[in-house]
Every structure is written in structure tokens, then in C-alpha cells.
Design a protein around this ligand. Sequence first.
Ligand SMILES: [Fe+2]
Length: 387
Amino acid sequence: MLIVLRKPASSPEQIDQVVFYEKPFLKFERLLETYLAFAPRGFRSFALSMPAWIKDKLFQKSVLTKALSNALGKTIDWQSRLLFSQHHLSHAASAFYPSPFERAAVLTLDGVGEWTTSSLAVGQGRRLKILKEIHFPHSLGLLYSAFTYYTGFKVNSGEYKVMGLAPYGKPRYADLITEHLVDVADDGSFQLDMRYFDYATGLTMTTKHFHQLFGGPPRPPEAEISQREMDLAASVQKVTEDIVLKLARSIRSQTGEKNLCLAGGVALNCVANGLLARENLFDNIWVQPAAGDAGGALGAALAVWHLHLDGQRPKLALSDRMQGSYLGPAFSDEDASTALNTCGGIFTRYSESELLTHVTTALSAGKAIGWMQGRMEFGPRALGNRP
Ligand SMILES: [Fe+2]
């Protein structure tokens, strides 16, 4: 949730709008329709998820209104100021509006929002128009998450480990994936064969057909990682990269746009983004650093400002409107020294050349380094200030 202000506010009365980054009723509709489509399969998952929906999520408006009243004042009519943006519109807005481009094609790819799992939009000035969508259960994010689960990592957080594991493997299952799991059209649009996936109705990501196809059950979490998991990671990474490239190619020819903006959880796949940049399909690419749902609040606020309130975009900066995403707190040497002294750590001040010598020597000896400089970054990928 993000608060939108027309001018800097000194009191809660001056808050114009409050916006939530997705529409709970549409999401609930998707859950109900999916359960009905697959019934009686999935009853257990349905029965487990309903209490939370009925208690809180379905009544998000009253939950949020109550939270705002408690936090910022009971005399203000929060309900009339509360708006809801659609999940993929929030992602698209978070990708286009902070970018340095006057116009651009915008691609969002993630697990799932309400119904949409991928969208293509075109942004121009303060306008942003969604042109195409791919809907649940067909999802590139959930395909990647299925392999995250199958290789023994935590879904919705361990995807970066699969991406990191991929270079150690060979994509020897990639053909199996495209022959059985996902049907990819020439324009990059795709459909999953739901016999292999359990996420629409079940409590896991993959079915026994999936396990048979890849020759065994999922790796138990914390079990030893074998070459097989590395090859599986390389394979799903390769398929993801191929789909992203196909989509980008068709977007370039469909829209004629020279700039591309990306957001959604799949846009955190920086290996695929790097490949996309090296293909030179677009003159410029800008990726929202908080491309996952953390950036949804930012996008929802920008969508309200530009689309709902007709707010102008400020003069375009040379880089971006997120200051490289260095938006968090910074800490001085004194702060670091005080914190380290308190917990018994050692603080030593080095010159830059001494520091670089220490760090490179330690790295080449196989040691791990934590690096902290400047402001903390908004988004889960290390951009230089917190590697
Ligand atoms: Fe998302």
C-alpha cells in the first residue's frame, strides 16, 4: 500500500489518496473459478485457503481503512480516499513511469496477480495502455517456481538460487520442458500443460506426472545438491531466456518501440535481462529494481498519480526517477564503529587502496565479503551498495 500526496503533507488530512497494489475481489474470483474448473481436485487447498480470505483478504478495504484510522487518525474518511490498482498495471507503472523514457514498450512477467501472469503495455508521456495479457494458470513465473520447488528451494524466494545454480549445469532437460510442459508460440506467448503442475489446486507446485517425467521426486530441502539439480536449473533458465527473447522480439516488431521497460518477479532474472540487453533488440532497456511485488506499491501510487489524477511526469532525467534505487538509509563510519563496538566486532579504517587489497586478497582466498556503502537499495538484487 502506498500513500499518494499532491503536495508534501504535514498532516494526515493532506493525504489525497491511498492505494493498494492489487484488486482482492478479482483475485478471489480467480481462486473460485479455478477451484470450480478443477473440482473436485483441490478441495483440501480450497478448504485451507478460504478462512483467511473470508476473515481478512476479501474485506481488504475495511481492514485497510481500520489500519489507516488507527495509524493516522480516526476523524478522516479513509474509505473514500482508498483506491485499488490492478496487479499487472501496478507492475507496468513501476517499470515505465520511473524510467527515463518518454515512450516505451513495457513487459511484465511474474507468477500471478489477479488473473494476469504476463502483460504487454505501451507507455507514452503519462499514458500507459495494456495491449495484451496472458492469464493464469499459464505463467512463466510459476513455471520457474515449479522448478524452484522441485530442486528443493523455497518458492517465491529461492528462485535466485536456481538462477545461481544454472551456470553449473547443462540444459539437458530443456527439450523435455518445451516438449511436455510448456508450448511456446513464435511470438513468445505460452501455455502450460496443467497435468504437470499442482499450483492451481494443490498445496505443492508439481504433480506425479512431473516427477515421472524428470525421473524422481523433488529434492528434499537441505539435501545434497547434485549435478541433476544443476542441470534442471540450467534447463529452466534456458527455457525462460528463450521465452523472454521471443517475447521481446515480437514486442519490438508489434509496437515499433525502441525502449523496453521490465517489471514483475521474472524481471529479477538478471541473467535473462543481460542476455536480452546483449541481443540489442531495443536501443535501451530499463528494469524496475524492485521488480517483484515490493515494487507494486510504488507502481500503484504512480498509476494513481498519472492515470487517475492526470499528474504530469516531471522533466525526464538522464538516468531515472529512482536515483538508481539508492533510496534507503545510509550509515556513517561512526555509526558502523559504534554498532561493531557494541557487539564485540572489530572496526578498522583503511585507505581505499588498503581496503581493495584486503578485499581482493580475501576473495581470492575463497572468503566471503559483505560490502556496505552509501544508501541501502530498494529491491532484492545487489546493485553495488550492499553486495
Ligand atoms: Fe507480481
